[in-house]
Design a protein around this ligand. Structure first.
Ligand code: ACO
Length: 429
């Protein structure tokens, strides 16, 4: 292991009487890791860990989060500092290259992205082949898979230059595809990107076909910063697992987007808004909080809880403040919805169930309120998340492919089906 020192050894006695020593290593930050690979070769035993509650699937130098302290670092920098001082493209550069860019590097990065900012005709046709009422995430998965059709033959994943080109392409194309999906769903002509606009201004211009207020583009830029990466979450792990077979990187990206769609992950932002609309008014909050606590009711407070954070998600804190400022600035009709969200939050946070389960608002509790104030339709919310997370996915994919220890991801299982039995021919069953 790199950048880690061995701090201990755990001695384990197997059922076969053998004893092995498992190394325990201390990474730069976070929980020590026990190397369990010898379990199978020495004991013929596997580790069982549903949902990967205690399993590290890889080493990574990109993002660190401390769930107990509510801390999130990108390449070592606290998220609050990046959110305050950096544009989304600076954060993209940081994630991709490990260091913040200087002015010349940032300009060169923008030019690289600008060169890739086109919508391929075949991808456009894929989008336009969908019925307009189709969910935009279904369109996005297909459009990104279609990029594999365009670039598969020219992308050598073993060539670092080709990998960088893929990363830049994906970041440049995602907002163009997302805006094209919105235009198709709303029966409007697809807008071309403009090289004179910033990344988020450009996306809003292609989406709405008209100039947008600077404050809207700035709010979106900040939301993108906050969503840019989050270590080994479900969609990133999906990109890594799919990519570990050596598949086309756009195919791996499409798999990650499919994972993001689910309501337990990126689909939560859409689900939060639907939930707030269903709650409707403050007097109904108690009823919904009671439902969330009822084991016999599948209802959960969407936008609440997180596998890793057992404290306030630092991103949610920033987004709540931003929602407040933005809605005031825009004089938005969405203020009552934001009020309702804040009341729901405070009711939940003083409830014994949420306190004892350490359930706090996550990144997507308030993001939907902002997307709506910006005029983004609710079905597009998870697409917005995908635009921002693309940099995280491609950075993790690059890190994985460049790792000399890369092996195909292939979990074991505990088989619980029928034991061996004899085949019975059709006529005798
Ligand atoms: N509302 C009510 N109870 C909850 C909630 C919630 N939102 N989240 C977790 N719990 C309860 C569970 O019922 C369980 O209770 P129990 O121990 O008494 O049975 C306990 O808290 C632990 O929950 P798990 O589901 O085991 O936690 P897990 O880490 O597997 O799930 C998840 C995390 C999926 C985020 C979950 O909290 C959830 O479904 N939240 C709502 C959806 C959501 O907001 N997802 C976005 C996550 S952030 C992101 O991906 C962008």
């Amino acid at each position: 292991m790199t950048n880690q020192k061995q701090v201990n050894e755990l001695e384990l006695k197997g059922e076969n009487g053998k004893t092995i020593k498992l190394a325990v290593r201390q990474p730069v930050l976070g929980a020590p890791g026990m190397e369990i690979s010898p379990l199978f070769s020495e004991f013929g035993m596997v580790a069982y860990d549903p949902g990967f509650a205690s399993t590290a699937s890889c080493e990574s130098a990109i993002t660190y989060l401390d769930g107990a302290r509510g801390e999130l670092l990108f390449r070592g920098y606290p998220i609050a500092q990046l959110a305050e001082h950096c544009s989304f493209l600076e954060v993209c550069f940081l994630l991709l290259h490990g260091e913040l860019p200087n002015q010349a590097e940032l300009e060169a990065f923008k030019r690289d992205l600008g060169r890739e900012a086109v919508l391929e005709p075949s991808v456009r046709r894929v989008i336009e082949s969908f019925p307009v009422e189709s969910h935009p995430m279904a369109m996005l998965i297909s459009a990104v898979a279609a990029l594999a059709g365009v670039y598969h033959d020219s992308t050598d994943i073993h060539d670092p230059v080709a990998r960088t080109r893929f990363a830049n392409q994906a970041i440049a194309k995602m907002p163009i595809i997302a805006a094209a999906i919105h235009r198709h769903r709303t029966g409007q002509a697809i807008e071309s990107p403009r090289s004179d606009l910033s990344y988020t201004q450009n996306f809003l211009h292609m989406t709405f076909g008209s100039p947008v207020a600077d404050v809207s583009a700035q709010a979106l830029d900040l939301l993108f910063v906050l969503h840019a990466d989050h270590s080994q979450n479900a969609s990133t792990s999906t990109v890594r697992l799919a990519g570990s077979s050596g598949t086309d990187p756009y195919a791996a990206l499409a798999a990650g987007i499919a994972s993001l769609w689910g309501p337990a992950h990126g689909g939560a932002n859409e689900a939060v808004l639907r939930m707030l609309n269903e709650i409707g008014s403050a007097d109904r909050i108690e009823h919904f909080v009671a439902r969330a606590k009822d084991r016999n009711d599948p209802f959960r407070l969407m936008g609440f809880g997180h596998r890793v954070y057992k404290n306030y998600d630092p991103r949610a804190m920033i987004i709540r403040q931003m929602a407040h400022d933005l809605l005031q600035h825009l004089g938005s009709r969405d203020e009552p919805l934001f009020e309702l969200a804040m009341q729901l939050e405070s009711k939940a946070l003083e409830d014994e169930y949420f306190v004892s389960h350490k359930l706090y608002p996550n990144v997507d509790f308030y993001s939907g309120v902002i997307y709506r104030a910006l005029g983004i339709p609710v079905e597009m919310f998870t697409v917005m998340f995908a635009i921002a997370r693309t940099v995280g996915w491609v950075t993790h994919w690059q890190e994985m492919i460049a790792d000399p220890k890369l092996r195909i991801g292939r979990p074991r299982q505990l088989y619980i089906g029928a034991a061996r039995r004899e085949f019975v021919p059709l006529g005798q069953r």
